[in-house]
Design a protein around this ligand. Structure first.
Ligand code: CA
Length: 228
């Protein structure tokens, strides 16, 4: 069965984005806009993972965390807390009250998925795809290694995330803005041209030794990884 994730976030735009992307990633998603609603939902169906925002109306993320930890059904459910930048003391308190991990906003979907996979690896080993292959390209998400035709390819962290994202949706064309949202994070202000720079680096690394270019530039639309 698909892992069930409970998302507790009061910003509608963010919770919609999270729901959409998590469902695409294969999670069954419940969304609560505040802490009280979240506790009710958790009573109805025990989630496998909880993603909770620190700043919430009614009950704070910390309080939600504490209460989930006090209930037998959710005592051991992994909790990931979303915090804003610069709330270092809060983060430590969050971990003290039972959160397993935290993610600093703004974050990218690829970063979130990586954290979720780390949690899933612990609670449901066997369900996580740590290795992804596409044609002669192979990604190892745990070791952060990429090989093409058996040869190791060295990528920077951004190129790695970019390839990891593209490889999950072969044949689909992504605009530069979509890639920015997915790989860099939706609230990050990065120039659109930055995407071209990193795609260029990724290409250069992948196509060493005169191999076929697996990335397609679609004029005025964006980029896609060739479906092979
Ligand atoms: Ca919030």
């Amino acid at each position: 069965m698909d892992p069930h994730i409970l998302v507790i976030e009061d910003e509608d735009a963010l919770s919609t984005l999270l729901q959409y992307n998590l469902q695409k990633e294969g999670y069954q998603v419940s969304v609560a806009g505040d802490g009280e609603e979240a506790l009710l939902l958790a009573d109805e169906a025990t989630p496998d993972i909880v993603l909770v925002d620190w700043m919430l109306p009614k009950l704070s993320g910390i309080e939600v965390c504490r209460r989930l930890r006090n209930r037998p059904a959710t005592r051991n459910v992994p909790i990931i807390m979303l915090t804003a930048r610069g709330e270092e003391a809060d983060r430590i308190r969050g971990l003290d009250t039972g959160a397993d991990d935290y993610i600093v906003k703004p974050f990218s979907m690829t970063e979130l998925f990586a954290r979720l996979r780390a949690v899933m690896r612990r609670i449901r080993p066997g369900l996580v795809d740590d290795r992804v292959t596409h044609g002669d390209i192979e990604i190892d998400r745990v070791a952060h290694r990429v090989r093409r035709d058996g040869e190791e390819i060295h990528l920077g962290p951004t190129e790695f995330r970019l390839l990891d994202y593209l490889i999950q949706h072969p044949g689909r064309v992504f605009s530069r803005e979509q890639l920015l949202d997915a790989v860099w994070g939706s609230d990050v202000y990065v120039e659109v041209r930055t995407v071209d720079v990193h795609v260029g680096r990724l290409r250069k690394a992948l196509n060493m030794d005169g191999k076929d270019d697996p990335i397609r530039t679609v004029r005025s639309a964006g980029y896609s990884l060739d479906a092979k």
